[in-house]
Design a protein around this ligand. Sequence first.
Ligand code: TXA
Ligand code: MG
Length: 317
Amino acid sequence: MIVDDIAQAVTALSTGRLCAIPTETVYGLAANALDGSAVARVFSAKERPADHPLIVHVATAGDANDWISELPQWAHELAAAVWPGPLTLVGPRTEIASDAVTGCQDTVAVRVPSHPIAHELLSKLKAEGIQGLVAPSANRFGHVSPTSATHVSADLGEYLSAHGDLILDGGDCEVGLESTIVLATGPAPVILRPGAITSSDIERITGIAVATAEDNSPRVSGALDSHYAPRANVVLVTDVSKIAALPKAGFLALADIKTPSGFVRLGSPASIDEYAHELYGCLRAGDDKELETIYVVPPVGLGLAQAINDRLQRAAF
Ligand code: TXA
Ligand code: MG
């Protein structure tokens, strides 16, 4: 059931039910992070493999200390500059972080969302003694992340209504791509998943060069080769003059690139920010229109454009 009353979400989450919640990045499927059976239901609702760890969402940067035992100085500076915002820090776990949350790793992922509804919800739950919410993106595992309550309902609505769980509507997500995940266990930041907080933001704030993820870095399911994928086949194109329309073919590109004849235009973002904001909705629209193929011209550039390219490559894999 889709609701817009935060009090109903507070009641649901504090009594062991699930609630999909809006954040500035994408919608998350939330559960009390300290309620083992609610956390287990998050995995079944999403059909998510148990070894894929979850992000704990807390109300303030100070509350992250409940979950992460220690952070290097650069990570404190990064948190102070970005939180609340689209950044997740991975650090050594405290004893309250269960194996179900961490996927049995010795680290835990934590973030402080900036969406006003998420913030109000987390603050009210904190007043009731709930120290954090796990909230993976509220989609079926491997599917495109949801950026509206309607997207959540399309993926998980049947499961959620059958179990008395809720969807809290907070409008369209501002950023539209999942948070930047930064491993904060060593002397330099390591980006595990690119997002709206870019490596140059991190270097500017911390004064430290960002390291690249090594093969033995912790698992990030969003880093599987195939992820974020609609049902339609996604094909990335750089030279539009080389493509010819098949039946049921969609097209997504920045507004200044004209639609080649025969394609169904799915989106015309006017900027890179708009591209991120609209991307998942456009891919879902392709499925709603029962298209077989979606041709996408990826944005060129650094920063957020790189995060968009990361998701597009996984959608196309
Ligand atoms: O923007 C976001 O981060 C959204 C919103 C709802 O907050 N959440 C999200 O959650 O994208 P999810 O579960 O779809 O992606 C979480 C990612 C996964 O790829 C997971 O592997 C990684 O975080 N992760 C969680 N705990 C980790 C850990 N201890 N070490 C490394 N990666 C971890
Ligand atoms: Mg996800």
